[in-house]
Design a protein around this ligand. Structure first.
Ligand SMILES: *Cc1c(COP(=O)(O)O)cnc(C)c1O
Length: 374
């Protein structure tokens, strides 16, 4: 019976994509692909036209993030996940400290814990839906945490550990980058991928690297440690300075990302992006707070993510049926992170998402719940 339910068109979001990555791609990005059909797509990434796109993306990221002096925009293939292994080989000198708020933080911790050349990592574990902050610790040369933990919808402060001297601050910005405020000077290596706020496809990673991070990378590369080529951040730095990647990138991904960056910058850059996601988030959380059957999963208001919102439902609500009806009506990917195992919806609210559509999503949820009632 559930698949017969038709949500009234005047309630439905104009665009029903609320995924946390891949996330909504806008039609102007597809037009950018069309415009690139003969000049970029299907042409060599070693030649000037594609390198020009890489350079544009690097420059636009530098502008979007108001990159401090000496920082560089480095990129490579493999997505954000590759950075975890790359950091274990190319960045951590002896020992890392990880803050784990959820799945993504724990995967990075697993990468350094498994690296045979490193001392056992220090892992600070938070309960799902809460957070833990990095803390000064002897012998730690990399402090790692996620700016936004996408599996739980928790946003963390990004601030240097005081007294940490030469240690590097390595922050997973995958789902936060481009959708919220950031002071890059508080980080040494802030990495992300294009399929969240940059509304493109996955497969690449980007990192904003401080001079200290680059110096560390060069020192470790010169030390004789075995580093698989694909995990060499030194190779990535060298290639990025020439607007290239070690191996072939997805050209279409770069073209779509450039179009999104252009749009973000035209609209007002980081301040625009942050205010738009904050608008979406306030609509989602205030609806959840006033709902008799739902509530924000993250209880601390300050930790609630503006880009990935998680909403818990009473056990009496069949959210699997809810999500399936939404999907039948073209409203997709509001599923909770699979391993979190909660009676929940999770809503991607990256800048491409129209805040009005978040309101329409909540109205659609209310409508379905009213009609699911026996
Ligand atoms: C999506 C995501 C990742 C994984 O990105 P990939 O490009 O798929 O490797 C890592 N960390 C966070 C915080 C994410 O949101």
């Amino acid at each position: 019976m559930s698949d017969q339910m038709t949500i009234p068109a005047d309630l439905l979001p104009h665009d029903g994509r609320f995924g946390s990555g891949p996330s909504k791609v806008s039609s102007f990005q597809i037009e950018a692909l069309r415009a690139a059909e003969r000049t970029l797509l299907g042409t060599s990434h070693r030649q000037a036209p594609v390198r020009g796109v890489v350079r544009d993306v690097q420059e636009m990221l530098a502008s979007f993030f108001s990159l401090p002096d000496g920082y560089e925009v480095v990129l490579g293939n493999g997505g954000s996940s590759l950075m975890w292994d790359a950091a274990a080989y190319s960045l951590v000198e002896r020992r890392a400290q990880h803050c784990v708020q959820g799945e993504f933080g724990s995967k990075f911790a697993a990468a350094t814990l498994g690296a045979p050349h490193l001392d056992p990592s220090s892992v600070r574990q938070a309960d799902a839906g809460s957070l833990t902050l990095p803390e000064l610790e002897d012998g730690v040369d990399v402090y790692a945490w996620a700016h936004n933990e996408t599996s739980t919808g928790v946003i963390s402060p990004v601030a240097r550990v005081r007294g940490a001297d030469d240690a590097l601050m390595v922050v997973d910005g995958t789902s936060a980058a481009g959708g919220t405020e950031l002071d890059v000077s508080q980080t040494d290596l802030y990495y992300f991928a294009p399929q969240k706020s940059f509304a493109s496809d996955g497969g690449l990673w980007f990192a904003l690297m401080s001079p200290a991070a680059i110096a560390r990378i060069e020192r470790i590369a010169a030390s004789g440690r075995y580093i698989p080529a694909i995990l060499s951040l030194e190779d990535a730095v060298v290639n990025s300075r020439q607007n290239q990647t070690l191996n072939t990138p997805a050209v279409a991904t770069l073209v779509m990302m450039r179009a999104q960056l252009q749009w973000l910058l035209d609209q007002g850059g980081m301040a625009f992006a942050a205010s738009r996601t904050a608008d979406s988030a306030s609509r989602l959380y205030s609806w959840a707070e006033s709902s008799p059957v739902a509530r924000p999963f993250v209880s601390q208001v300050a930790y609630r993510s503006p880009v990935v919102g998680t909403v818990d439902f009473d056990a009496s609500v069949d959210t699997a049926a809810l999500r399936s009806i939404l999907r039948d009506n073209g409203v997709v990917d509001v599923d909770p992170y699979r391993k979190l195992g909660r009676n929940q919806i999770r809503v991607g609210m990256f800048p491409a998402v129209d805040p009005e559509d978040v309101s329409r999503l909540t109205a659609s949820v209310d409508w379905v719940l009213a009609h699911l009632e026996p």
